[in-house]
Ligand binder design. Structure first.
Ligand code: ACO
Length: 338
């Protein structure tokens, strides 16, 4: 029997510390006016020292399991897939720790590294695990603590990024028409442009040597202008290709949930796709760019606000370092949002 992966639970978590543009303007040569007009961001949340990505992932995962009416015990799900750019450690992966702390037993647990597209890559592999009959339910999490990798001397990246986590439960169904079924996924990459978004150190290219590591190489760096243009093109083209493949005319879409990188990118994306800007879900103003957590955080916010209603046609699309990008479509299901 064929299996399809359907959205059955959704949850999110933001660390409590709210960082305003005014606070950043006191620290950098920037202003609320610059940040708001260039990015649309007004606030973001940053984890306090000692709080790691797994701490946020556990909270969001717990809420998604509760929303799916699943207990914190072995057998609740068959796998945990965690998308992150900011794992607790370079080795091992963070997902096994999250699975253990949620009491989910000795199940498959692994990280996905696709930067801001990570959640869509994780959604794709988790759906494929279900379609292959390898799992009945999978907890898919996007969690980040970008505040730990921001260069304190770089005002451009420091004002953009925020911390947070979002999670969904995917559940197997034999019914392809059930609301929530991930109807299609499109993924892509262009490694020839890896330098546009990079943390140069801490991997095998720049070997660890005795003595103190160069902190400069451990910071996140981005060429914003080039990334902006690539983001609009790649998200737009992958979304269009997917809509063609599943046979959804763009006018039939109810909501566009794009990677929350910059309000101007979301507006340009809506325009490129020919979607009314009103249909674009926006929470970048409150949370900033949360990378792999961006899409599930936006979904959680929009579902909690009653914007996403059962039966709506939803397009997800993301773009990030790698370069990587992707899109997914589904009809929104009935969900209890935690
Ligand atoms: N405050 C004040 N001035 C600033 C700031 C700041 N925080 N940051 C940069 N500036 C200055 C620059 O120094 C520059 O000054 P200059 O003209 O004297 O040289 C000027 O503002 C313009 O800088 P630009 O980089 O051209 O500004 P731009 O309008 O492109 O906005 C931004 C920069 C917000 C980064 C934008 O390019 C952007 O959003 N890029 C896309 C980011 C993105 O989509 N990321 C998604 C993937 S991220 C991932 O995968 C992790």
């Amino acid at each position: 029997m064929a299996h399809f992966a359907a959205l059955a639970g959704l949850g999110s978590y933001l660390p409590p510390r709210l960082v305003t543009n005014a606070e950043l303007a006191a620290r950098f040569d920037t202003s609320d006016e610059w940040i708001t007009s260039r990015t649309g961001i007004r606030t973001r949340h940053w984890a306090t020292p000692g709080v790691a990505t797994s701490d946020l992932a556990v909270e969001a995962g717990h809420r998604a399991l509760k929303s799916a009416d699943l207990p914190l015990e072995p057998g609740a799900v068959d796998a945990v897939v965690l998308a992150t750019t900011t794992p607790d450690h370079p080795c091992p992966a963070t997902a096994p720790q999250v699975a253990a702390r949620l009491g989910l037993g000795t199940i498959a647990a692994y990280d996905i590294a696709a930067v801001c597209s990570g959640f869509l890559y994780a959604l794709a592999v988790a759906s494929a695990q279900i379609a292959a009959g390898q799992a009945r339910r999978v907890l898919v999490i996007g969690a980040e603590t970008y505040s730990t990798i921001l260069n304190p001397a770089d005002r451009t990246t420091s004002v953009i990024f925020g911390d947070g986590a979002g999670a969904v439960v995917l559940s197997a169904t034999p019914d392809a028409d059930r609301p929530g079924v991930v109807l299609g996924v499109e993924l892509g990459s262009d490694g020839s442009q890896q330098d546009l978004i990079i943390i140069p150190g801490g991997g095998s290219r720049e070997r660890a040597t005795p003595g103190s590591p160069d902190p400069q190489g451990r910071y996140f760096a981005m060429q914003g202008k080039k990334v902006f243009a690539e983001a609009v093109t790649r998200m737009g083209d992958s979304a269009s290709a997917l809509l063609d493949r599943v046979g959804w005319p763009v006018e039939s879409l109810d909501h566009l949930v794009g990677h929350q990188a910059n309000i101007r990118i979301l507006a340009a994306l809506a325009q490129r796709l020919g979607i009314d800007e009103e249909r674009a879900v926006v929470n970048v103003d409150r949370v900033g760019n949360t990378s792999a957590a961006s899409i599930p955080l936006a979904l959680s916010d929009a579902a909690a606000a009653g914007t996403l209603t059962a039966g709506s046609r939803v397009l997800l699309t993301a773009f990030g370092g790698g370069l990587t990008w992707g899109a997914a479509v589904l009809t929104w299901p009935h969900l209890n949002v935690a």
